[in-house]
Design a protein around this ligand. Sequence first.
Ligand code: HEC
Ligand code: HEC
Length: 252
Amino acid sequence: MIWWAAIALFQQTIALDIPSKNPNTSEADVAAGKKLFNGRCAGCHGPAGEGGKGANLAVPRLTRAQEDRALYRVIRYGVPDTEMPASLMDAHEIWQVAAFVRTLGRVQSVAVTGDAANGASLFKGKGGCIGCHTVGLEGGRSGPALSGVGARRGAQHLRAKLLDPSASVPENFRMVHITTRDGKTIRGQQLNEDTFSIQLRDGADRFHSLWREDIAAITSERKTPMPSYKGRLSDSEIDDVVAYMASLRGDQ
Ligand code: HEC
Ligand code: HEC
């Protein structure tokens, strides 16, 4: 008991050890932070923080990191269950990157052209997105919920996802094709697996849990069922859908 209490106290001390204000914000720190950012972050967030695979950081207010200490934690530990990774930089370097990230919010980010309201009707109508994606409570579940996607992804990435969806499929996304010993075949998105069983959701949104010993053959691929909208929607319709998605910031 005492030992546990000591560990808990120790962990709290470490947390309290993170200063509430960034201690490294000199011009030299920002310059060093920029270098680190270009090497480690720009691949996902874009060199000007405009967003891509990663969130748009060129905004006046970061949803997950309004306080300096929260920003430090996001960079140090990443965001669990997302592609935002933890980092191995030391505290000094993390603060330098954080100082640079704060400067991004002061520059104007690229404006999204397109009509979000028309994008919303395309999402439900012609685009058929609602069949696979929820926004708020409405929609299908074979694709991920898109309620906060405008805060998570930059506009460029959203556009690329519509034009060439298979170019960027998350590491953990797997489509599996299973043949059971009694001759049934099931194709769907893998949700989970362990030594004895595997769980998936098929195209009709049905959930399946199968014992491995009942499976005769299984193949898996990182291929998305999302269709490309190149040619299916016009350029201006693509702009509108992108504008709509960029407006989805998690408060639907
Ligand atoms: C492999 C891609 C990837 C890399 C590399 C990456 N990030 Fe991220 N980052 C993301 C994603 C995706 C999110 C959105 C997570 C979410 O909220 O769903 C994110 C979120 C963030 C946020 C929170 C944004 C907000 O609105 O609150 C900050 C800050 C951030 N990243 C900073 C960094 C910094 C600094 C680095 C480099 C040290 C970095 N990221 C490296 C993908 C990445
Ligand atoms: C047949 C089902 C299906 C349809 C239709 C579909 N999607 Fe998807 N979509 C998916 C699946 C599954 C994923 C997750 C795997 C991946 O990223 O490719 C996905 C991923 C996405 C992502 C990435 C989400 C993220 O968190 O990064 C976006 C954005 C997206 N879809 C938008 C749309 C839009 C907009 C439309 C309509 C114009 C649409 N989708 C139509 C199945 C679909």
